[in-house]
Design a protein around this ligand. Structure first.
Ligand SMILES: CC(C)(COP(=O)(O)OP(=O)(O)OC[C@H]1O[C@@H](n2cnc3c(N)ncnc32)[C@H](O)[C@@H]1OP(=O)(O)O)[C@@H](O)C(=O)NCCC(=O)NCCS
Length: 438
């Protein structure tokens, strides 16, 4: 019974994301380690699932461990310049063979029609081709990288046509040149350029080891482009574009207009789905603007506000408000929004003559309480109140007096309220009256 309820809750919670992702373009960069890992087939089935939800998916894969393995078998020593492979005439055939093998493996997994596969009976079409033109990387720190290359251009019209036909586009880390050379490219750089050129909605970097962590080793859940740049400068003072790391390229994509860059590690089965269909995700989200935003509410927030406060109305913590009442008063609401979902709100009523601002309907979603969301919302409200010239903020509360007292409010009597508010005071509710002088 509990399992069934959990499923229903989970499915309902995913519904807004299913709706939001419909028809959107996602570029997924996947390292060769992921392809070699035990969880690869589940991941590829998850990609097929995304395709069936009408997400336009471009998959760019890497093949570093597979190339190293082939070089080893052929008794060729892998050569690197920093993190970049030096690809010479002798090693390029190992590169093309390893890339070809990985591509075929992914195509085979996407074509799997076994009855026990989660995507049984679904006809997933995969498109691939000469979508990337490369150019030589040249010489880095005095080392000629030979057939290691950089992206010169992307065939975006052809890719868009394939996506429009409902196909998953699979892109190799190889670039071709007009003179017939084949260049070994970084899958991270290819994915980034594809995301920029196609104005993708998301660029997802799916690697085994590139999760962003803070100084305590905790995953950084969200970071803005400006913060990420500071971190990159501190961690690696070399030029941002010199070596195409996932972090530097993510910043490049973000600055070029890709709205969301996700970094996910393949440490649990289904981490891609968790990242895309749950509010908090499991990886790091890089965005231009902060992920949690406090702002004035607008009409699109009415339902979110109602759903947030309705359970608190029922418990008598807040005064009851209908959807219609919220709609009439929407300009006075302030919301804290995480990734488009209202997770906290409050309403402010101005008594201009008395220079008093009344704060009401302060609520944080139970899943996000005790995480300073209330504090963040309050800081915004206080600065708004100051900006309007208010001298005092008042609040009436039945169960939250201490939370406000800890923020500088003191208990006061009814005559401190604006006259109009005194007349409306509900003696049966008997709420405490708290006041903060600004
Ligand atoms: C009160 C509320 C807005 C606080 O938001 P929040 O994001 O959880 O709070 P913060 O993370 O900023 O602060 C957490 C602190 O507040 C304390 N706190 C939470 N609810 C409290 C309450 N009702 N009374 C007193 N203190 C409270 C927590 O114990 C914590 O303190 P601690 O760190 O010392 O343990 C939120 O708990 C809520 O929505 N409650 C239900 C609705 C409500 O009471 N609204 C007020 C109507 S006027």
């Amino acid at each position: 019974m509990e399992d069934k309820n959990a499923f229903v809750k989970c499915f309902r919670n995913a519904a807004p994301y299913i709706h939001a992702h419909h028809g959107k373009t996602f570029v997924l960069q996947m390292s060769g380690d992921i392809v070699a890992s035990a969880g690869c087939s589940n991941l590829i089935h998850d990609l097929a699932l995304l395709n069936s939800l009408a997400i336009k998916l471009i998959v760019v894969f890497g093949a570093r461990p597979q190339i190293d393995q082939l070089l080893k078998e052929r008794k060729l020593k892998p050569a690197y310049c920093g993190a970049l492979r030096v690809t010479d005439e002798a090693s390029i055939s190992s590169v093309t063979q390893a890339v070809g093998d990985v591509k075929i493996k992914i195509e085979a997994l996407l074509s799997m029609g076994l009855p026990n596969s989660p995507m049984a009976d679904s006809a997933i079409k995969v498109a691939s081709g000469n979508y990337v033109t490369g150019r030589p990387y040249g010489i880095l720190n005095g080392v000629d990288l030979k057939l290691t290359g950089r992206v010169r251009s992307i065939e975006k019209e052809t890719i868009n046509t394939r996506l429009g036909a409902g196909e998953i586009v699979l892109i190799t880390p190889l670039g071709y040149s007009a003179t017939g050379e084949i260049f070994n490219l970084s899958s991270i750089e290819v994915a980034t350029q594809v995301a920029i050129d196609l104005a993708a909605d998301k660029l997802i970097m799916f690697n085994s080891d590139q999760i962003l962590q803070d100084e305590n080793g905790e995953t950084i859940r969200q970071i803005t482009c400006a913060e990420a740049k500071k971190k990159l400068d501190a961690d690696s003072p070399c030029s941002m574009d010199e070596i195409p790391t996932a972090f530097a390229q993510g910043i490049k994509a973000c600055e070029a207009g890709v709205k969301r860059i996700h970094y996910i590690a393949q440490n649990t089965d289904g981490s891609l789905l968790q990242e895309l269909f749950t509010l908090d995700g499991v990886g790091t989200l890089l965005t231009h603007t902060p992920f949690d935003t406090v702002r004035q509410a607008h009409v699109n927030d009415i339902t979110g506000i109602y759903e947030l406060i309705a359970p608190l109305d029922q418990n008598g913590i807040l005064v009851q408000r209908s959807v219609a009442q919220i709609a009439m008063d929407i300009d006075n609401y302030v919301v804290l929004v995480r990734d488009g979902t209202v997770i906290a709100c409050a309403v402010l009523h101005e008594y201009a003559e008395e220079k008093i601002m009344e704060l009401a309907c302060v609520a944080v979603h139970p899943d996000y309480q005790n995480q300073f969301m209330g504090e963040m919302l309050y800081q915004y409200i206080e600065s708004q109140a100051r900006a309007t010239g208010a001298k005092e903020i008042i609040v009436l509360t039945t169960q939250t007096a201490h939370w406000f007292i800890e923020r500088g409010f003191v208990e006061t009597a009814i005559n401190a309220l604006p006259v109009e508010k005194q007349k409306a005071y509900n003696y049966q509710r008997n709420a405490k009256i708290l006041l903060k002088s600004l």
